[in-house]
Design a binder for this molecule. Structure first.
Ligand code: ADP
Length: 415
């Protein structure tokens, strides 16, 4: 008993009387007799979420905080209660556990009323029942309104953050586009001059110089291709990827892509098989865009498959519910595979799996990194045709090499 605040059960009874107005004298006595008095200093927990409900509490002095634990680091503040407030009755009425944690917000004195006495009195007293009902309804409404207000506020903050992100993304896209444009011209000139130097008979005669110039030509070419890819991506981002359709043969495009990789496939002992493509009708599409799409898919299969692996490109005519009749081309490899958490994100610009710093810079060497643009361009090109593209893989494993598969569906109806 807190001698300063309550010196007898009579004191407790007199404290409870106005709070439980209308309660019979005997009932009031029973509650007061069963009550124990406890002091808590600021921050101390009075009852824990998840504990069994074996008592009802009333704040006699001070204030308490009602809190719900969201996860290990976050809690939600449900409300604050002052003198005369009851808490903890919900768990008793439901025969369950505490749904929230209650903590002293300052130095606090609490009356703890035994569960059985509380239920006895409640069984006899309609006035206590009604009082509890009214209080619980008000509390539910208060919690409800608080939750709605918090949701609205969170929503407003999310919208603001999204708008800011969109502005930043646009600024980044503008910067990328302008710099790629500006840099492509001098790089094209560099590439041209390097080729002129290479073709110069004097250079060809000086031993050792030829391989140096070859390095210059290759690097300038690579830079040129990177800037072209960046420009393609910026077109995808701004929705300016124009499409110029002419009747074309998908197998011819695929064979064209395959022939550019002939040498590296041989060097790395990779097989590239094509199946089922002869059944495709002529397709009305943009050969430049489709070449790019399949170039990046096959280039990736080469990059992410260890030497000696297999790449298969196969086609079939399919009926897709949302797209109608389509031609479907799958590029499948026996490479390192893709983690399921990244499988959708890899189509985002500049997205690469793992530590970018560890990627090597070769375009066709095993795990040779690029700038993370190929799949964004491939998706942009496929979507410009009204089609869709996605990846499937059992997971990532450099030892077992479960492989990946990229599926492209091009609708015949949107031609
Ligand atoms: P990058 O220039 O890095 O190859 P991409 O946009 O072409 O960029 O691919 C994004 C990422 O997706 C790659 O960094 C790689 O981690 C993953 N990826 C793409 N194709 C494959 C594949 N066939 N097998 C395994 N991982 C792949």
């Amino acid at each position: 008993m807190d001698a300063i605040f309550f010196s007898s059960h009579e004191d407790i009874k007199e404290f409870l009387r106005p709070i439980l107005l209308g309660l019979e004298e005997g009932d009031l006595n029973e509650l007061a007799q069963s009550a124990s008095v406890h002091s808590f200093s600021e921050g101390e927990v009075i009852c824990h979420e998840g504990d069994p409900g074996n008592a009802v509490y009333t704040v006699a002095r001070g204030k308490v905080d009602i809190i719900k634990q969201l996860d290990d680091d976050n809690e939600r503040h449900l409300g604050i209660r002052g003198p005369g407030s009851f808490f903890g009755e919900m768990a008793i009425l439901q025969g369950g556990t505490r749904t929230a944690t209650v903590r002293a917000a300052e130095s606090t004195i609490i009356l703890e009323i035994d569960r059985d006495s509380f239920l006895n009195v409640l069984g006899r007293s309609p006035s206590l029942g009604i009082r509890l009902l009214v209080r619980m309804t008000a509390r539910l409404r208060e919690t409800d309104q608080k939750a709605i207000a918090e949701l609205r506020q969170a929503n407003r903050e999310l919208v603001r953050a999204l708008q800011q992100l969109e502005r930043l993304d646009q600024a980044k896209a503008d910067f990328i586009q302008v710099s790629a444009h500006e840099l492509r011209t001098p790089v094209a000139a560099l590439s041209g001059y390097a080729q002129m130097i290479q073709n110069n008979p004097t250079v060809q005669e000086i031993s050792g110089l030829e391989s140096l110039v070859q390095g210059l030509v290759d690097s300038a070419d690579r830079l040129h291709r990177i800037f072209n890819n960046i420009l393609d991506v910026s077109k995808v981002m701004s929705g300016e990827m124009g499409i110029y359709r002419t009747p074309l043969s998908i197998p011819v495009i695929l064979k064209g892509v395959a022939s550019t990789f002939e040498e590296v496939l041989k060097e790395r002992n990779l097989s590239l098989e094509m199946e089922g493509l002869q059944n495709f009708p002529l397709y009305l599409g943009d050969s430049d865009l489709l070449y790019k799409a399949f170039y990046h898919l096959i280039n990736n299969s080469i990059k992410y498959t260890p030497d000696g692996g297999e790449i298969r490109v196969f086609g079939k005519n399919v009926e897709v519910p949302e797209l109608g009749p389509c031609i479907e081309i799958t590029v499948e490899d026996t490479g390192i595979g893709i983690p399921s958490k990244d499988i959708d994100l890899i189509f985002e610009k500049f997205y690469q799996i793992g530590e970018v710093a560890f990627h090597s810079s070769g375009e066709t060497v095993f795990k040779g990194g690029g700038p993370g643009l190929g799949l964004t361009i491939a998706r942009g090109a496929v979507e410009a045709h009204g089609g869709r593209i996605w990846a499937e893989s059992p997971g990532y494993d450099e030892e077992k090499c479960p492989g990946s598969r990229f599926i492209v569906q091009l609708p015949l109806s949107s031609q």
